[in-house]
Design a protein around this ligand. Structure first.
Ligand SMILES: O=C(O)CCC(=O)C(=O)O
Length: 358
């Protein structure tokens, strides 16, 4: 297994390079099956959005506001798997500066970025595909993936040294986002009816954290492809800083694809497969995908907040009842993520495959 993860099965093509080459027709490898294509021409329903939650209200003096906010979080996690959070405590200036530094990184000459070219062994560095199977369908995006935690995996020499401020900003930003992730873990525990530190302990008392900066170049045929195919996130939760000016993220809800309208300075939070498993499917890890467009490039930062990689993740006992027996077999996150690293984004097939036989 490990050997086949050491290198890509075919030469890697940078999507940005394809986009800059001025092609009018995208290569076959990026063309999705008709059932998977986005409906670019359909007008976006301006009224419907994922829930927006003011985190500060959880710490209000008013008991009723605290209660109301807790229920909003419970509903968002159990019905949508997604919400936007405002008043979250992370500096807006730091958020904007970090997103901008990545935009600048992707605008650097190709030769410079190539120095960071990644391999599927760790995925760390500059990449253009997920999944190592030869001939798989490809998505219209490039990315930079890096490890922040555990400390044993953090190696800042693997992070971009240009622009100058990149390493420093990424370190500061990650520190802040990890704090927010810790707060949310407590909130999720309490709203599930558990002790405040229950999920944190179930994660193994320490976390894995990594950042993927996504870059979606302009695409001449955005109706045929996707920036990232439909998938649920394999980890614990994701804190996404979207491009405020360019929508693209779509979330599956009640069998429709809802286009997220980003609220200024908010994070988009979503439940990953590991919290779905721990909560015995009370909280949902929901499929999402990214549309691209022909007018504007798009940048987003996905911060993945994950369990310690060698801890067995299984439904927490308090959430297993006679009426709702444990839905999933135990598995470590290390074992779990191998599948997505081999096959790339595959809807919800992976978490479904963990379902215990009846
Ligand atoms: O770019 C986005 O809006 C979403 C990115 C995403 O789904 C991911 O990085 O897993």
């Amino acid at each position: 297994m490990m050997n086949c993860l050491q290198m890509w099965p075919e030469p890697v093509v940078r999507v940005q390079h394809l986009s800059d080459s001025g092609i009018r027709v995208i290569p076959e490898r990026y063309v999705k099956k008709p059932s998977e294509r986005p409906s670019i021409s359909e007008p976006v329903d301006k009224e419907i959005n994922i829930p927006v939650i003011d985190l500060q209200n959880l710490y209000s003096d008013e008991e009723s506001l605290r209660q109301e906010t807790s229920s909003l979080i419970y509903d968002a996690c159990s019905k949508w798997g997604f919400f936007q959070v405002v008043n979250h405590g992370v500096s807006h200036q730091l958020m904007a500066a970090t997103r901008e530094v990545w935009r600048q990184f992707f605008q650097l000459p190709l030769e410079l970025k190539q120095q960071y070219a990644n391999s599927p062994a760790t995925y760390e560095g500059y990449g253009s595909r997920l999944g190592v199977e030869k001939g798989i369908s490809l998505d219209w995006s490039d990315y930079f993936f890096l490890h922040y935690l555990p400390m044993s995996l953090r190696d800042q020499t693997k992070w971009p040294s240009v622009p100058d401020s990149c390493r420093e900003l990424v370190a500061k930003y990650s520190e802040e986002v990890v704090k927010l992730g810790g707060k949310l873990m407590k909130i999720f525990s309490v709203t599930l009816g558990l002790r405040e530190n229950h999920l944190e302990q179930a994660f193994g008392g320490e976390i894995g954290a990594c950042l993927r900066a996504n870059y979606y170049p302009k695409c001449p045929q955005p109706d045929l492809t996707l920036g990232i195919s439909s998938h649920s996130d394999p980890g614990g939760m994701t804190l996404l800083l979207p491009d405020e000016c360019v929508p693209g993220l779509q979330v599956r809800h009640a069998n429709n694809w809802i286009t997220v309208k980003p609220v200024p300075n908010a994070f988009i939070v979503n439940i990953g497969d590991q919290i779905q498993v721990l909560s015995n499917a009370t909280y949902k890890s929901v499929e999402h995908r990214v549309m691209v467009n022909s007018e504007k490039e798009r940048v987003s930062l996905a911060f993945f907040y994950n369990p310690k990689s060698d801890v067995l993740i299984k439904p927490v006992e308090e959430l297993v009842t006679e009426d709702k027996p444990a839905l999933y077999s135990p598995m470590t996150y290390d074992e779990y993520r191998v599948h997505i690293r081999i096959r790339g984004p595959c809807g919800k097939s992976q978490v479904e495959s963990l379902k215990s036989p009846k």
